[in-house]
Design a protein around this ligand. Sequence first.
Ligand code: FE2
Length: 275
Amino acid sequence: MTLSFEFEKDFLEAFPIESAARRFVDAREVAKRITREGVRLMPSMDHTAMVSDPSRLITGPIRKFGYQAGWDERCYPSPLEGFDFWLITSRMPPDSPIRHQGWFDYIASVWPIDQPACDYFLGQGNGNPFLHHMTMGIEPPARGNESDLEYAVRLIPYMVDVRRRIQQGTGEQPSQLVMSLSQEVFASDEFRRRVPDLVQDLDGPYVIECMQGGGFLIQFFVLGGARIEVACRHGTSQAFNPRSTERFTREEISMRKDLVEKPMAERPGSLSPAG
Ligand SMILES: [Fe+2]
């Protein structure tokens, strides 16, 4: 499958903001580099995370494209740099006629919940609204007639390999591998015994969490400043795992311009200049 950017023009019309335009440039470049390394992307992006005050600056303009705000009846903690932010997600309906254009499956709308958080957000000079990051979907391995545990022991080495290929393609050090797994897997003693084997080729830290609502969601940031991310999901019933959004925002995500807008690494030497 090929990731489609057909929706980019309509999105930038709805949000004529510099941060969105810059992230599309990054996303296109990353998609090109990692596809060349054999990484299989979903045809549409998994999600984007945008910050605004008030939150309707994000949830409002996307309604005309069919997005359903708060569809998963969840609110996710997103503490950023010592300030309190929360987020809700809007979903593009699975049967939307414009889905094939590459629209984000989910748009996270993050907002400050008090004046100090709002002052911090506006003080960064990123604009309001501000598009923080875009996340590409990794095609999950096909699932046969197998248990959650059997699937997990294939999925994890697959994502370790995807992470290695992405690192090779971008030339940047990815963030920690955050794996949210179904309760059946998370609670399994056999699974815990097998974890060291499953991650033996991983170059970096990892976290295993229990996926609220079931299913699998494995994520990491691929560029410095956490501005481009990838996610592989299978069988999820909500956009995110609250524990993971809290972890990501607390440990990985910054709104500081000097961190978010870092230039991408030079093309790694392993790639041919013509490619
Ligand atoms: Fe994200």
